[in-house]
Structures are given as C-alpha cells and as structure tokens.
Design a protein around this ligand. Sequence first.
Ligand SMILES: [Zn+2]
Ligand SMILES: [Zn+2]
Length: 265
Amino acid sequence: VIDTHTHSHHSPDGKAPMAAMVAAAKAAGLTGIAFTEHAEWYPGDEAYGFLDLPAYFAELERVRDRHGDTLSILAGVELGNPHDFPNAVSAMLDRWPFDLVIGSVHWLDDRAGWEPPIFLERGIEATYQRYFEVLLRMVEDADFDVLGHLDLVRRDSWDLFQQVLDLDPYQGMIDSVLQRLIESERGLEVNTSALRKGLTSPVPGLAILRRYRQLGGEIVVLGSDGHQPAHVAHGFDAAQDLIRAAGFTRVARFSRRQVVDWISL
Ligand SMILES: [Zn+2]
Ligand SMILES: [Zn+2]
C-alpha cells in the first residue's frame, strides 16, 4: 500500500529529509509515499508561512529521479482549516501539481485544537461538539480530496487527558460529514497516528469506517501521519485488518487529485 500522509522537514514538526522517509517506505515494503506537508494560515500556527513550495517540489523531483521507478512518490499537502482561507487555498491548489490534498480541522475558533486551553475552557464535551461542527463546515465548503483524521478530537483528548468520549451524541454530524464526502466523491483517510499515541484504534475507527461503507463510501486511504522515518507505515497491518473488517477490499490510489487505481488489500 501507499502511506498517504507523511511530513518531511518541509513541515515545522517534521525533521527528516524526504530521502530518509523514502528509505523507510521502501524498508516497510510500501509501494508509495505521499509527502503531505502542513499548510496553515492561522498566524498562531507553527506552520504559518513555513511551507516553501518551490523548495518542496525541487526536493520531491530529486527523490523521484532517484527512486521513482521503484516507489510512487506523491506530491501532497495537508490543508489546515481550508474553509477559513478559501482564496489562499485556491491560489495554492491552482498553481502547484499536487497528487493528493488532505483537508484537516486543526483549529477551533482561533485556537489550536490540540492545545489544552480549548478543552479546559469549554469542557471536553463542548470541544467535541464544536470540533464536529467545524468539521462539517469544512467538508461542505472546502476544496480537498481526502478527509484527514476524521475524529482527531478523540486522539487529542486522549493525548491531553487520557480520556475519549463515546461518539454517539455526534453521530448525526458524523453521518452528514460522511454523506458529503460520498456525494462529492472524496475519500476518507484512516490515520494510524492515534496508535502511536496509545489509542487502540486509528482515527477514525471501525464504527465510522463501517458507517461510511454502509452509506456507500468507497474511497479509503491509509496514512501514518508520520513525522519521522520510524513512523512511516506504523500500525498498517492492524489498520488494514480494520479496513477489511469494515467491508472494504481495496484502498484508493491518487494521482493529480484523482483516483486513478485501486490497491487490493
Ligand atoms: Zn493533521
Ligand atoms: Zn499530518
């Protein structure tokens, strides 16, 4: 399979050159890797203004020249709250030849969602509620190909407080998110970073994957959200079992922002 969500040193929280991530992908037996660097527009974000796309594409071309015959190396980006910055997003997506664009909610009402204050001020339940409201707005308004870490709030509340809430109260909003993705032929990412952080299932887990399938969803990709070589393909065996358990027999392969092929699981 392809690891469709990784960060190299072109993201502020990634440290590795692309070549090191590529070597890890090959060692893990992957057929491809996507470099989906952070693009953020809230000035308080550490990624604000960080991504240098000319340098990113220059390095990507170098690793493609060396390894492109043995590994698919996809140009990607992870847009943070793209619905809040539509003009900047469309300028970026019009200009650069991305293979895969991930849409992610990282900010809630001018606060970074993974930081304690928002949970402490509002309480965990209200933070979950707001997260899913913002998520639905993003899926309705923004241009992207694959939804990143659908229930990220679960990973963050675990990370901060070793607590995760049952998602039943938010199921209506989650269903709307899934329906919008399906109608617009966009995909759902299974993000294994939660396993690194001690959760027992990826984000999203089996229940949401099953629901996506039940509603008619087909486009699934698998990403580690790795920020260093050791993270590449982390937890993929378990995640593939989970994707199969939800009724999928294949994952999607993207190129130039389209599903061009399927990879059997
Ligand atoms: Zn993210
Ligand atoms: Zn990421």
